[in-house]
Structure formats: C-alpha cells, structure tokens
Design a protein around this ligand. Structure first.
Ligand SMILES: NC(=O)c1ccc[n+]([C@@H]2O[C@H](COP(=O)([O-])OP(=O)(O)OC[C@H]3O[C@@H](n4cnc5c(N)ncnc54)[C@H](OP(=O)(O)O)[C@@H]3O)[C@@H](O)[C@H]2O)c1
Length: 259
C-alpha cells in the first residue's frame, strides 16, 4: 500500500484516529479530517513518532456537514499527495431518546453528520479516485443498521441509510474500479458514548466491547480485498441475524435497555 493515500473523516478520536495511525504505519499517506484541530495536531505528532518508514499525515480541520468544506479537503489532499485511493467515511454521532420528544436540533445534527456527511465525503472523493483509475470506499456503518431499536431509532435509521447507500454505490461505481465496503462496527471503546446526543448516556448492558485498534486493523486489511460487508465478531453477527430472524424479541430487549 506504499504511496497510497487514505482520506479519513472523524480522525480526531476513536476508530478514525486509530485507522489513521494504522494506515500511516503501513506507509500510506493520510488526510485526517475532523473539526477539532488540536486533536489532529496530536495525531500528526503521533504519526511523526512512528518508526520509519511511515506515511505522512495531512490534518484537515473541516466539518463533514459542509459540502464545500469536503470538496476543499479533497482538493488539499490531492494537492499534497497527488492522489486519493481510500475513503474511510467514518465521522458519526449517536443519539438516545424518543423520536417525538427529542430535541430537533440534536436529530438534525445527527442526520446531517451521519447521512449528509457520508454523502458529501463520497461525492468529493469519487472524482479524485476516478482520476487515478479507481479506489476503495469504506463506509463505517454499525451492527445497528438493521436493529429494531426503540429510543435509539434515529441513529439506527441513519446507519440503515449508509448501509443501503454502500450496497447500491458498490454497483454504481464498479465500472470506475472503485470498491465499496459496508463496514458494520459493533461496540467499540471510544468517545462515542460520551459524545452521544440526546437523553442521558445510557448504553446497552452486557455487550462485549472491542478496541478501536482492532477495528482499525480490520479497516486497513479490507483495502486489499473486495469485501461487500464486514463484521468482526461472532457477537455482532448474532445481533444482526437476531434482528432478521426475531426482530420483535430484539426490539423489546433494546427498549428495556434504552428507555
Ligand atoms: N464506538 C462504537 O461502539 C461504534 C459502534 C458502531 C458504529 N460506530 C461508528 O463508528 C464511527 C466512529 O465513531 P467512534 O466510535 O470512533 O466515536 P468517536 O470517538 O466519538 O469519534 C467520532 C469522530 O467523528 C468526528 N465528527 C463528529 N461530527 C463531525 C463533523 N460534523 N465533522 C467532522 N467530523 C465529525 C469526531 O471529530 P470532531 O468532534 O473533532 O469533529 C470524531 O473524530 C461512527 O460513525 C459511529 O457511528 C461506533
């Protein structure tokens, strides 16, 4: 993957941060996108401290909700590294609360980040990938994408959107030699719970947690493949299949935890 270039949204913490380091370790140059410039500066230092040879890091302080900012971020990436091979559309937020009583500003922020943000990143990155004959888009979705999930309904629906998008986009971009992977993440130890919007920070009990480094390593690995969908753990597949085979039971379990 040497001399390849990855563009990662939401790289200031959690999975995106770990993925930026993991790609840089493999010699991949990384454009790291998020709003918190000071976090990106710390990531840049962490990349510089990696044992050589490693990729370089371009920090780009930008908001994924802003279509012009995403176009500009890609422009800066191509200006610095000459190409863009991999997009990890990762920036995202969670939400808990009732659909009807939730604060509309929270729901709008979630939809603009989790849905518009992915669309803006894809629409900005694809023309750059076409210029060099192809690429790989990794959409960071969730095991929640098919969950019957009362009190986490808007988050789950936002991930249903991006998973659906990934499946269609895969065929739409096939002729451009751009692969698309729907990456279904399960519970991961990041700042996601703290940053969750809405009522309280309630989180499902008894769900095993994996490290952001484990997810990041799998993101790097998937670039060498043409996998349509990725799930990392047996538990995550169990949750997904549980919602296909017994959505009523799964929904009631979720309601008990999240209400
Ligand atoms: N952790 C889990 O259990 C879990 C499970 C399933 C799926 N996921 C998915 O994994 C992805 C990454 O989450 P995480 O767990 O790594 O959480 P995290 O540590 O909270 O990271 C979220 C990242 O998204 C960025 N972000 C949020 N809003 C943004 C905006 N408007 N513009 C640009 N960047 C923005 C944040 O950066 P700034 O605040 O600096 O902008 C941060 O870098 C999300 O899509 C999430 O839905 C996580």
């Amino acid at each position: 993957m040497n001399k390849r270039v990855a563009f990662i949204t939401g790289a200031s913490s959690g999975i995106g941060y770990a993925a930026a380091l993991a790609f840089a370790r493999q010699g991949v140059h990384v454009a790291a996108v998020a709003r918190r410039a000071e976090r990106l500066a710390a990531l840049e230092q962490a990349v510089k401290a990696l044992p050589p040879p490693h990729g370089d890091l371009l920090p780009v302080a930008a908001d994924v909700r802003d279509t012009a900012a995403m176009q500009e971020a890609v422009r800066q990436t191509v200006a610095r590294f000459g190409r863009l091979d991999v997009l990890v559309a990762n920036a995202g937020l969670g939400h808990r609360g009732s659909v009807v009583e939730a604060d509309w500003d929270d729901l709008e922020t979630l939809l603009q980040t989790n849905i518009n943000g992915v669309l803006h990143a894809v629409r900005a990155a694809v023309p750059a990938m076409r210029q060099t004959g192809g690429g790989h888009i990794i959409i960071i979705s969730s095991v929640s994408h098919n969950l019957v999930s009362p009190y986490a309904a808007v988050y789950a629906a936002s991930k249903a959107f991006v998973s659906s998008l990934a499946r269609s986009l895969r065929l739409e971009l096939e002729a451009d030699h751009i692969r698309v992977t729907d990456f279904l993440v399960g519970r991961t130890a990041t700042e996601f719970n703290e940053n969750r919007l809405g009522e309280g920070k309630r989180t499902g009990q008894g769900v095993p947690t994996m490290s952001a480094d484990r997810v990041a390593a799998a993101i790097v690995r998937v670039v060498a493949t043409n996998q349509k969908t990725v799930t990392l753990r047996f538990f995550d597949r169990l949750v997904i299949w549980g919602n296909i085979l017994a959505p009523g039971i799964m929904g009631r379990l979720a309601r008990r935890q999240y209400r």
